[in-house]
Write a protein that binds this ligand. Structure first.
Ligand code: ADP
Length: 535
């Protein structure tokens, strides 16, 4: 950096570093960006659909994740390129808004980029391509609404919801148990849903996992499970009609703080101090008993002596419970978190029908079940599985299923899956292209071709011949004017997705198209890339 002066004596700064920066302009910039976006999409393409492949990712500290969830794959990949990062964010926003369809959205964006590249080569201006894509995405959006179905379910008839969640789970590693898991997901969502207001608070669903047992042993508990046990082995393992004090304050004799000085030079003084501490703690225990608590759950720990005393005074306690769990316990049991011990009062106690400690196998592993809570709206899904990786993947898959059930409660429209909705949109967009006299027409047609990427990928991943399968299905759709024909990935014998019960939510599919188009438009509009040259 150097300071220079112009002819009027005004100072200005020359940034020498500019020379060290590499710069890509115009078409080169667009092509480089498209290449980066396509590279990311290519990675996810093989993971799409029920026969999609899984990816194994190793983090810098050696943790291994095996998954086929698009958002997780991209999150764990260490991408450097800024455009690639945009694709990662694309997948994350789909995950955040909808929760499912995270692979599909990236594949779709990749295919739109691929088509855009061809148009650029033909000399069409990027802005015209972006405009054409925007028009086409709106056509596809409306068409989806047109081919969607309302889908009826009620708290007593949950089968349709279960079927939809099964579609989501069928493309995951856990598809062996998709029926059990789908039922668990739907029951969990219904337990916390407010069907009248069409609202679901997924925060009330806690997903807990423990290595051991089988995936089939996964259960839904109407209450909270905490990965903790009673602080003393001789405390009761089962408490009925529990009144729970939920403390975030220390529950032990006060420790002398560093600021104060206590001189203990004789045994008597030490004894005195000990007695004082014990008396203080004894009073705390008494206070808990006075307000009627039969169980204390603390965020902090207490030492062995306090533990022993608690056991003697017959006041079961659980220590080191995490903040999030405490909050959930408070919601479920209708109790209040007590941040200062003096504030403990009877109305702040949480109520639960049964609190029990359950041990697993021959190991020392024990968990605390808090059930029959006053406010039964908080539930826990307790996952069992052979290893940690399996449990983590089950958690991710269940997250998708929970989101799908939530989306259906919010908006009960569905479209059919297996690429059928995309094929139908592709036909509709192609037909609409002729209505546009300008250059956009090319972009609109390319958009229609890009929509085919999903059924093509589904067919390819299932070992079918992609182009033959797609053309056959497309002509069948047009001939029968049936938008429900898709790719028969699992070789069931019919490609009517309605018969196969392969649904996806309308809002999920619409969101995929909107988000993918937005990102592609953004990438196309970049015509100057300035980056440090060693990059
Ligand atoms: P995403 O992360 O985008 O949800 P998935 O790997 O879950 O990706 O794949 C979803 C795609 O697989 C959707 O297009 C869906 O329609 C399709 N699909 C799921 N189950 C089936 C099935 N049984 N037959 C055909 N297609 C299916």
């Amino acid at each position: 950096m150097a300071l220079a002066f112009d002819e009027f004596g005004r100072p200005f700064i020359i940034l020498r570093e500019q020379e060290k920066k590499s710069r890509l302009r115009g078409l080169d910039a667009q092509k480089a960006n498209i290449a980066a976006g396509k590279a990311v999409a290519r990675i996810l393409r093989t993971s799409l659909g029920p026969k999609g492949m899984d990816k194994m990712l190793q983090s810098p500290d050696g943790d291994v994740t095996i998954t086929n969830d698009g958002a997780t794959i991209l999150e764990q990949m260490d991408v450097d390129n800024q455009i690639a990062k945009l694709m990662v964010e694309l997948s994350c926003s789909q995950d955040y808004e909808i929760g499912d369809g995270t692979t599909g959205v990236v594949v779709m964006a990749g295919s739109l980029l691929e088509q855009a590249e061809k148009l650029l080569e033909r000399g069409i201006h990027p802005i015209r391509i972006a405009e054409g894509y925007e028009l086409a995405s709106r056509i596809a959006f409306d068409h989806l609404e047109h081919i969607s179905h309302k889908f009826e379910f009620s708290a007593t008839n949950i089968e349709p919801l279960v079927q939809t969640c099964m579609t989501t789970l069928s493309s995951k590693i856990v598809n062996r148990c998709k029926r059990t898991l789908a039922e668990i997901a739907v029951k969990a969502v219904l337990a916390v849903a407010d069907l009248e207001r069409k609202d679901v608070n997924l925060d009330l669903i806690k997903v807990e996992g423990k290595v051991g047992g089988k995936l089939e042993d996964t259960e839904l508990v109407y209450g909270i499970i905490v990965d903790k046990d009673m602080s003393h082995p001789q405390m009761p393992k089962r408490i009925e009609d529990a009144k729970i004090a939920i403390l975030t304050c220390p529950f032990e004799p006060p420790k002398p703080k560093t600021k104060h000085k206590v001189d203990i030079d004789t045994v008597e003084k030490f004894q005195m101090l000990r007695e004082q501490e014990q008396k203080y703690f004894d009073e705390m225990v008494q206070k808990c008993k006075d307000v009627g608590a039969t169980l204390v759950i603390c965020q902090w720990g207490f030492d062995d002596e306090a533990n022993h005393l608690l056991m003697h005074r017959n006041l079961p306690a659980v220590r080191w419970v995490g903040g999030v769990e405490l909050e959930l316990i408070a919601i479920a049991t209708g109790g209040r978190i007590v941040p200062r011990f003096q504030e403990l009062s009877p109305e702040k106690l949480g109520k639960a029908g049964i609190v029990r400690e359950k041990s697993f196998g021959t190991t020392k592993d024990r968990m605390l079940y808090i059930e029959q809570c006053a406010n039964s709206r908080a539930v826990t899904i307790f996952i069992r599985g052979g290893n940690k990786m399996m449990i983590e993947e089950t958690k991710r898959s269940l997250h998708d299923a929970l989101c799908v059930a939530r989306n259906l409660i919010r908006n009960n429209s569905i479209v059919y899956g297996g690429g059928s909705a995309e094929i139908s949109c592709s036909v509709a967009v192609e037909a609409a292209a002729d209505r546009y006299p300008g250059v956009e027409q090319y972009a609109i047609r390319s958009f229609a071709d890009a929509l085919d990427a999903i059924p093509l990928a589904l067919a390819e991943n299932s070992g079918l011949s992609p182009i033959d399968t797609l053309t056959a299905v497309k002509s069948q759709q047009v001939k029968e004017s049936n938008p429900h024909c898709g790719i028969d990935c699992n070789d069931v014998g019919t490609n009517h997705m309605k018969e196969q019960n392969v649904f996806e939510t309308l809002i999920g599919k619409q969101q995929q198209i909107l988000l993918a188009t937005q990102v592609v438009k953004m990438i196309l509009k970049i015509d100057d890339v300035i980056s440090p040259s060693d990059y």
